[in-house]
Ligand binder design. Structure first.
Ligand SMILES: [Zn+2]
Length: 550
């Protein structure tokens, strides 16, 4: 053996080894993923924008200039974002995934241009599904030539024996055929508090609203779990393709908690789900037993309470009568004493109270109830969902009692056709008043209320900033003085939405140590006078790619 050679070899190995160590040391730590050549809108307090981000174990390690991140880290996967916009994953702060999943299994009546079209769609649906109980949803008579509520005569001719239940788009009114009315025990003499059974010429027309619908709901058969899960995963896919990575699910029944957990365990359900419980006795018992509850990406610490109905079906509870219905005020759906009981339970369990409140009277009642929690907990974040019509005198209570408003800008531009008719010009000053609400709340949580509106967050931006619908109507914007800025709108779907669910330490902005949940968008994210569709190129949740466009 030539010792010289061996020694030389040894030194060579040492040298190579050393230089390798030097490079590794120079390159710094290895991470799982680097996104670079991007416009990363962090949504942090300073509003910083960075070029690159390093991610490990589902968390953000560092953000900074491209060269800094690429020099400092080596990654298993690098994505050159081609200069595209990156935002924290968007949150829909008020949506109904389960309702949407069920609706997708129902006959789809959204956008029907007449009641005849509703009937045609039902016939087609039934020929494909052959159901023994037909549920349809999404019709809206305000889009028809005759804007009166429909009656069920033609429906009875088409379906004389199978029960048929057709939900209005707002979920606060339905049309039932006679077979269903009979099954539900509803006739022209039925009187139900907090709801209405419509009667014409001494006969039920089939239209019923709010609490009167509850008896019908009990009869609706459930879809099989397999069908429901398949549909829910479709909903998830639709949300991810818009870059929505979190939903505040507004109203979950006890049994559905188990369904979500099962989905999370077995079906790759990755959306951050902030589930608001309905105040059923089972759910109240759940809250008392578990307190603030987290199961992977599911978190439960709030109750969703129904304050009133909708403005469209005149169920919203107003201080003064509707402008287009004589001496009609709408109604409170949950008695005040029950509201107070739920408030006490929320206080005891550390839960948040989120009340569906459309009318000015309901909001006034709820804000006065919320005053109690503010006295014992300044950071309660209890929410008014929708806050659609407010008495200008009551805005102050949002700031005085630290109340969060959760609003849906697309409602403003969808309701523009009839809102003024319902409440008159004077009350419009406090309606869909997002700018004023923001001034009083300091933050707003934004959502869509899907499936009542579409899931598309770019419609929300257009509605909030331009105050227009996707057809760019009206040209000057609907009450444009109440527009939000683009930045405010993006905060409402990211960091403010995270505050609204107590998730700001983990979600809502792209900062070191937070969850690597973000979206790379196909088109620049901005707001222009003309609506422009946009989608995610990639959506990541906790560092995992959960959606990609190709
Ligand atoms: Zn809702």
């Amino acid at each position: 053996m030539n010792l010289k050679k061996v020694t030389r070899g040894f030194y060579y190995t040492l040298l190579v080894g050393f230089s390798f160590t030097l490079t590794a040391c120079f390159k710094g730590k290895s991470v799982d993923l680097i996104i670079h050549n991007a416009q990363i809108y962090t949504m942090n307090e300073k509003g910083e924008v960075h070029e690159a981000i390093a991610i490990k174990d589902g968390e953000i390690v560092e953000l900074g200039p491209e060269r800094q991140i690429l020099n400092k880290y080596t990654a298993d996967e690098e994505i050159d974002a081609g200069g595209k916009d990156v935002y924290p994953g968007l949150t829909d702060a008020h949506g109904h995934m389960l309702m949407y999943a069920r609706q997708r299994l129902n006959a789809d009546l959204v956008g029907s241009k007449s009641f005849d079209e509703v009937l045609v769609r039902l016939e087609k649906y039934q020929s494909k599904t052959n159901r023994t109980f037909i549920v349809g949803a999404g019709w809206d008579q305000s889009l028809w030539v005759n804007t009166e509520f429909p009656t069920n005569e033609q429906l009875n001719k088409l379906f004389p024996t199978i029960p048929v239940c057709l939900m209005r788009i707002d979920g606060h009114a339905l049309l039932a055929n006679d077979a269903l009315l009979k099954k539900a025990g509803i006739d022209e003499h039925t009187i139900i508090e907090g709801g209405e059974v419509f009667v014409k010429d001494g006969k039920c027309t089939g239209m019923i609203t709010d609490n009167a619908m509850l008896g019908v709901f009990k009869l609706i058969p459930t879809y099989s779990e397999r069908e429901l899960i398949g549909s829910l995963l479709d909903v998830q896919h639709e949300l991810l393709q818009y870059g929505i990575t979190g939903v505040h699910e507004a109203g979950v029944e006890f049994e559905e908690i188990g369904l979500f957990k099962k989905l999370i365990d077995h079906h790759q359900f990755t959306l951050n789900t902030y589930a608001m419980l309905t105040p059923s006795e089972k759910n109240i018992a759940f809250a008392r037993k578990n307190g603030i509850y987290t199961y992977k990406n599911l978190s439960i610490r709030s109750f969703k309470v129904m304050g009133d109905g909708s403005l469209g079906s005149r169920g919203a509870f107003l201080k003064k009568p509707y402008s287009d219905s004589h001496n009609h005020f709408g109604a409170l759906l949950t008695p005040i004493k029950d509201m107070k009981r739920i408030a006490t339970i929320c206080e005891l369990t550390g839960y948040q109270m989120n009340t569906h409140s459309i009318g000015d009277s309901t909001s006034n009642i709820m804000l006065n109830i919320y005053k109690g929690i503010f006295e014992v907990n300044k950071d309660h974040r209890w929410r008014i969902e929708h806050a659609q019509v407010l008495d200008p005198k009551d805005f102050m209570m949002f700031s005085d009692y630290g109340v969060f408003a959760s609003v849906q800008p697309t409602h403003a531009v969808s309701d523009q056709r009839w809102a003024e008719a319902r409440i008159g010009k004077e009350r419009m000053k406090g309606a869909y008043a997002y700018k004023t609400l923001l001034q009083h709340c300091g933050m707003l949580a934004l959502g869509t209320d899907f499936p009542i509106e579409l899931t598309d967050p770019f419609r929300t931006i257009h509605a909030a900033v331009q105050r227009k619908n996707a057809d760019n109507f009206p040209a000057g914007g609907f009450y444009p003085n109440e527009a939000l800025t683009f930045e405010e709108c993006m905060k409402g779907m990211t960091i403010w939405a995270a505050y609204a669910s107590f998730d700001e330490a983990r979600l809502g902005s792209l900062e070191k140590g937070k969850e690597a949940t973000f979206v790379i968008f196909v088109n620049p994210v901005n707001s222009a006078p003309e609506y422009r569709a946009n989608f995610a190129a990639y959506t990541f949740i906790k560092g995992q790619k959960v959606y990609s466009v190709d």
